[in-house]
Design a protein around this ligand. Structure first.
Ligand SMILES: Nc1ncnc2c1ncn2[C@@H]1O[C@H](COP(=O)(O)OP(=O)(O)OP(=O)(O)O)[C@@H](O)[C@H]1O
Ligand SMILES: [Mg+2]
Length: 580
């Protein structure tokens, strides 16, 4: 119920529209309610009493009512549709903005397809209810009680005979709602599931085709689609059992009223005009009963959708600004890890990590895959919070800094390159949207991206497709490096960023970086020793722990894990054991 109240709350900014729509709705209802009174007059005064002179006036009144009702009905639909579209817009904007605030952990746990499903299907469900369901509920409710009151004034006996069916209708309606509610929840879940399947299939279509798994994917999709069909059919089954029950109950009303009327007329307690009038209200009383299951359907669907949408809305970002953030007096790029322990779920990924990266130093991070290298650098930008210890950037705990300030000073080249479906120019200046072409070119040059961009059909204006399709892996990496360099950060992080470029290009990038990253603290995560060997400090990670640290020469002298890697890499190149 509370999600229903929240849906209504969304209408608040558009109350003028909503009140006007309800006003016109009331006019429609009143015009309907008075109509039987006019027919009653036609029967009693014109036909029976013979006052033929008022027939024309009464007919004009009837015609007037019809026109009036049509115009009001039109305005009501127009206004309510408008309000609902505005609410849908607000909700979409709100949800999208909210998603931007949420932390990495949210996106680790929620799949894109599911989020998309909330942004589209669920939102449309809510909108539809606001546009149609809500006002219809009001219309039918008010018409019902209005007609009941009018009927009471004409004949309380006839009204009572209809009232006697109400308890049965209420019981059926209650049971119906109870049964469909969980079913709608399932339908929404399943439809999110299906969405996820499609989204993942499309994102991974290269893999699907490469491994000739189209058939398998089709089967998976069909299975999920089938499930959705079955769930929908289940709802339809329930719905089609309840609809005839409701209709049956409502149809009993007509003979009940007619019988009551006939008895009363026979006893001389009711005139013919009144009976005709009373029957005019029967439809108004039974129509809401007939529509009840439909109304319950709409309401239940909207409230289950709203539950899902509000669930996202209510999630706060796990990582947020401190209430009293500390202003960092001067940014130089010094980084310090103090006994840092970190875990994503229940297993420690980093254990008791301590080191200092002085401003301007280059830090190499090596270690087997899964050792925790990416996790370590993510803590610096506070993508996640540590479980114990502290990460200090420029002498201040990152949790005490304003997130925006902190992240603005870190140029990050992620392990998996992502480019937007925009021009290379826009992609490179993503972090500094007002950068001029000159700056973009300088950054591209430093990242060894200039040559290939110059060869592109539209140079910097070349649009790269989703995920940078059309670029090679190494070209994408270099574009991402340029993007990080352009913001002129104090801290640069290269997470395996030259893994896709040849050694010659990597060498050239390094040469340039030495120049352009002067004074910047640079973290280089790499698997190739050649990438880190000039670093001021090399950390060797193993299962979340720093097992060795020092310069290239120091580590070789240690003859430990680093030395072993060096040996292995030399062997791989020369085919024989290297000499330290
Ligand atoms: N988002 C996540 N949620 C849960 N566990 C994660 C997440 N990201 C990484 N892990 C786990 O944390 C551990 C360290 O991962 P991390 O990505 O830091 O390794 P890495 O050293 O960067 O490896 P690679 O060289 O392959 O990039 C792994 O065991 C991995 O399964
Ligand atoms: Mg990694």
């Amino acid at each position: 119920m509370s999600s229903m109240r929240r849906i209504l709350g969304l209408l608040k900014p558009y109350r003028l529209l909503v009140y006007s729509a309800f006003f016109f709705q009331i006019i429609v209802i009143i015009s309907r309610l008075v109509q039987p009174l006019i027919t009653r007059m036609i029967v009693n005064d014109v036909i029976i009493a013979g006052q033929h002179d008022i027939l024309v006036q009464l007919c004009i009144a009837l015609l007037g009512l019809v026109v009036f009702r049509a115009i009001s009905g039109f305005l009501r639909v127009l206004l309510m549709e408008r309000a609902s579209q505005c609410v849908a817009y607000d909700l979409r904007t709100g949800l999208f903005r909210h998603l931007q605030r949420l932390s990495f952990s949210f996106f680790d746990q929620n799949r894109v397809g599911e989020i998309m499903s909330r942004m589209t299907g669920d939102l449309e469900g809510i909108r539809n209810y606001l546009a149609v369901g809500l006002i219809t509920l009001f219309e039918q409710g008010v018409t019902f009680f209005g007609a009941l009151i009018f009927m009471f004034t004409l004949s309380w006996q006839a009204a009572l005979s209809i009232l006697s069916t109400l308890p049965f209708i209420a019981i059926v309606a209650f049971r119906f709602r109870k049964r469909v509610r969980p079913m709608f929840r399932e339908v929404r879940e399943q439809s999110a599931e299906l969405n996820t399947r499609v989204q993942e299939n499309l994102s991974g279509i290269h893999v699907v085709k490469a491994f000739v798994r189209e058939e398998h994917e089709k089967e998976l999709f069909t299975k999920e689609n089938q499930k959705l069909l079955e769930m929908n059919l289940k709802v339809t089954d329930v719905w089609s059992t309840y609809v005839p029950i409701m209709q049956g109950l409502s149809e009993i009303c007509t003979p009940l009223v007619l019988a009551t009327g006939a008895i009363l007329m026979a006893a001389g307690q009711m005139d013919l005009g009144t009976l005709v009038g009373v029957t005019g209200y029967i439809w108004m009383l039974t129509q809401p009963m007939r529509m009840l299951s439909q109304l319950i359907n709409g309401m239940t669907m909207a409230s289950t959708s709203a539950e899902k949408v509000f669930f996202y809305m209510d999630l706060g970002p796990r990582i947020k600004d401190d209430e009293q953030p500390v202003q960092v007096p001067q940014r130089s790029g010094r980084v310090e890890f103090e006994n840092v322990t970190f875990q994503y779920d229940d297993q420690a990924v980093l254990k008791d990590i301590s080191f200092v990266a002085e401003a301007g130093q280059t830090i190499g991070i090596m270690g087997a895959t899964g050792a925790g290298k990416t996790s370590l650098v993510r803590l610096m930008a506070r993508s996640y919070d540590v479980n114990a210890g502290r990460v200090l950037v420029d002498g201040v705990d990152v949790r005490k800094q304003r997130l925006q300030d902190l992240r603005k000073h870190i140029g990050y080249v992620p392990q998996e390159t992502f480019l937007f479906s925009e021009s290379l120019f826009e992609n490179i200046r993503f972090g500094k949207p007002n950068a001029q072409l000159e700056e973009v070119v300088t950054a591209a040059r430093a990242a060894q991206a200039e040559d290939f961009i110059e060869e592109m059909p539209h140079k910097y204006e070349t649009v790269v497709g989703e995920r940078g399709i059309g670029l090679s892996g190494g070209q994408k990496q270099r574009t991402a490096i340029a993007r990080a360099l352009l913001i002129e950060p104090n801290i640069l992080v290269f997470d395996d960023s030259t893994s896709a470029v040849d050694m010659q290009t990597e060498y050239l990038i390094q040469q340039h970086l030495e120049h352009s990253s002067k004074g910047k603290t640079t973290f280089i995560i790499a698997h190739r020793i050649s990438s880190v060997k000039n670093a001021d400090l090399i950390l060797v990670l193993n299962q979340g722990e720093i097992v060795e640290r020092g310069t290239h020469a120091e580590l070789l002298a240690k003859k430990g894990e680093y030395y072993q890697m060096w040996q292995d890499q030399l062997t791989a190149i020369t085919g024989e054991g290297g000499v330290a």
